[in-house]
Ligand binder design. Structure first.
Ligand code: SF4
Length: 396
């Protein structure tokens, strides 16, 4: 296989990009025709035969129930299979049908999702189940437009569900597929700048006779062979036609957008105890990040402010009570998709005032035993574990 060494590539591919727009690239006849019918047929055939041999044995692939497949598709967004598996099994035990999910309390739903992150996914699943009961008699629709009207379901998720459940020829374009396709055609810009073209390519490649298997196969290829950092090209069924591989640039693609620096927030957090030894927690507003989850109250440390002063101010503003800020309990660093936080957590004692839900949906005094019933974000779970350890030590 003729391969260009990576050093030569810089001249061969990266340099021309500086003088050539995406449109020019896509408009060039040889690029537009870059996957002739015979190549497409070969790509389909080699991928499907590879899938027959190496496809992953995943529990949702045993089912044709669109609900089960939908749950797996949503859980797998931004999340690896091994992380999803226990959540998937537990979810289906708790909410085995659309109807069971629709009538569940949101708190139960968020608790079942606790630790999986991106909680809007759970809230949307729940809302969509209720919409299905209301508008579709609890039956998952088999039409792309209707599926895409459900909360939290975009084109790729809809395509994944319809192809897997009903064997419909609906293309997909998740992160793995974007990477595979960008490498296959040696896309000279970031996938973000060529979304329409990648959709077109995904549609052109999709094997209309076996759309279910084809979509599952390309997902597996991205997850197990055409991986982000060290693609296993020698084991890849597409190496013969893959432009990135044949130019020796597979590890340099897909091109990435230059990302702005990730902002960092310094947060003061209060674990407030009262005279009965109960702890104060609040439920975040529905809208926005981590909506509907419980947390220990607090807020952003302002410039020039100490953590202790921040906690005192935030608690007064958000809950209308006075507290004494005590020793530090723990510092927790946590990264979300678009920013990082440092939680500076302090023991605090309630002094006066009745807690009010001024900037949250609800407040509650709870015991360290009861606290397990409430869904918390991951960073707060660490605080609870530390509280438990300290409590056990104090008793021992
Ligand atoms: S040959 Fe390599 S870069 Fe190309 S699709 Fe296969 S694994 Fe990805």
């Amino acid at each position: 296989m003729p391969r260009t060494p990576p050093s030569a590539l810089k001249t061969a591919v990266v340099k021309p990009l500086q003088t050539q727009s995406l449109q020019t690239f896509l408009d060039r006849a040889d690029d537009r025709d870059r996957l002739p019918g015979s190549v497409i047929a070969s790509l389909r055939q080699t991928l499907l035969s590879w899938y027959g041999q190496f496809g992953r044995d995943l529990p949702w692939r045993q089912s044709r129930d669109p609900y089960v497949i939908w749950v797996s598709e949503i859980m797998l967004q931004q999340t690896q299979v091994k992380t999803v598996l226990p959540y998937y099994h537990r979810w289906l035990t708790l909410f085995p049908t659309i109807a069971a999910l629709a009538i569940a309390e949101q708190q139960q739903v968020l608790k079942a999702w606790e630790g999986l992150g991106y909680y809007a996914r759970a809230r949307n699943l729940h809302r969509a189940a209720q919409a299905l009961m209301l508008n579709h008699d609890g039956i998952f629709p088999d039409h792309l437009t209707a599926v895409m009207q459900l909360p939290g379901i975009g084109r790729t998720t809809a395509g994944g569900i319809l192809s897997a459940a009903f064997n419909q020829p609906t293309a997909i374009l998740d992160g793995n597929v974007k990477r595979v396709l960008a490498r296959l055609i040696a896309l000279p810009v970031s996938p973000k700048r060529a979304i329409a073209d990648l959709w077109q390519l995904s549609e052109a490649l999709l094997d209309e006779r076996q759309p279910r298997d084809f979509n599952q196969a390309i997902m597996d290829l991205g997850a197990t062979v055409c991986t982000p950092h060290q693609p296993l090209c020698l084991s890849c069924p597409w190496k013969e036609h893959c432009r990135a591989y044949n130019q020796g640039i597979q590890t340099e693609l897909p091109m990435s957008e230059t990302r702005p620096p990730v902002p960092h927030k310094n947060i003061g957090v209060a674990v407030i105890s009262n005279d009965q030894g109960h702890i104060l927690i609040d439920r975040r507003r529905q809208e926005g990040l981590l909506g509907g989850l419980w947390e220990f109250p607090g807020g952003k440390v302002e410039p020039g402010e100490t953590v202790e002063a921040c906690i005192q101010r935030e608690i007064r503003e958000e809950l209308g009570i006075e507290i004494a800020v005590g020793d530090r309990l723990i510092i927790v660093d946590h990264a979300y998709s678009h920013f990082r936080v440092t939680l500076n957590v302090h023991h605090c004692q309630h002094l006066s005032g009745e807690p009010q839900a001024i900037e949250c949906d609800e407040v509650r005094w709870v015991t360290l035993t009861d606290i397990d019933q409430y869904p918390f974000p991951k960073a707060n779970v660490q605080i609870i574990e530390t509280l438990r350890e300290k409590s056990i030590k104090a008793k021992g």
